[in-house]
Design a protein around this ligand. Sequence first.
Ligand code: PMT
Length: 413
Amino acid sequence: MTEERGPRIVLGVCGGIAAYKAVEVCRLLVDAGAHVVPVLTKEATRFVGALTFSALASEPAQASLWDEDTPIPHTRLGQSADLILVVPATAHLMARYAAGLADDLLTATLLATRAPVLLCPAMHTEMWEHASVRENQATLERRGVGIVPPAVGHLAGGDTGAGRLADPQEIASRALAVAARGGSPAAARDLAGQHVVVSAGGTREALDPVRYLTNRSSGKQGHALAEAAARRGAEVKLVTASGLALPADVQPAVTRIDVESAADMETALHALSEWADIVIMAAAVADFRPKVAATRKLSKEDGLPELVLEPTPDILQGLVAGRHPGQVLVGFAAETNDVAERGRAKLRRKGVDLLVVNDVSAPGAGFDHDTNAVTIFGADGSTGEIALTSKDAVAHAVLDRVIAHQRQNRSSK
Ligand code: PMT
């Protein structure tokens, strides 16, 4: 047993092929100074032996609710944990946890804790996208459970698709950040002291005083980013063309600047650029606007109006041109095909550090949904795919990537 120094993390492991990667997560956490207590489901032990975890972790692995040496082990585990991390979380575990079942040591521990809980799901695409799993995830997130969304890639049995366990290094970093600060998993506060500017919503370009051109953006993804950054300790300025409200508890950390047109958004963002350590452009800025907006309401009696359009300013391009050293710029893009090729080309064209591409052809992704599926391209050549998940989980995954980018930049200096 190792001497207890860092956060105490209960590492739950479920029965899925990705259980072997939980071994790596265990090692990374222990190396980082955490006190790791593995709790395996019966099914997990079919994939990886308890002995493997016992050898690497800070305490022997446990798998039984009926361990006679330690009465009521779930309450001891739950009460003493700084974090419960489940790697991989199967559809079965998510369903049992959402339903409040406590039929083994892991589910009983999950119910017997007030510590933050972080689930790292991994399963086949069909299961991950099944309505019951989507609903269970939404239920758990509503209760404050954090989700590290799965990636897209090779799955068991030779399949490829959404549902692959997130990268073990990313899981360990997120877990350590959450465990260090306590509170809700969203409250890792690893952005404390940073100034974050987020743009959101679809701009409205006036035709006349009562009509405008716009797009389908609801502002949900941008608002989720502003909320996530605030929960993680950042001071946030949200430049939004959306009427969505922010949750009351994050409002003190978010200054909201409501705008309507691309021109308003450009003025607001340029004024904030100097202040910002991180700028995230999730807004769907109109590419064109009426060259002239009528000053009075156009009426049928005037005949059919002639619509002459002109391009709007490329706000992101202006931000890139005026960026200050160390500032991280993140762009978004909505694509339907050749996501990798188009994403990399746009990343280079826009000159941003990270480009988050929504695959809006995927059901449930992109405009106006509560969920999204994205690929994050880095200027360093990195690519990370986030399978369909809540916009909140996407927001946290994007912020994780921003923090990793900052860390990488610091270490290369
Ligand atoms: O709001 P939701 O309903 O939740 O939907 C979220 C979303 C799909 C709108 C969001 O996730 C998203 O993808 N936003 C970017 C939409 C887009 O297609 O952007 P683009 O490819 O036109 O532009 C690329 C980047 O340049 C974006 O960061 C955009 O903000 C920026 N841009 C675009 C045009 C312009 N004139 N100025 C800009 O700065």
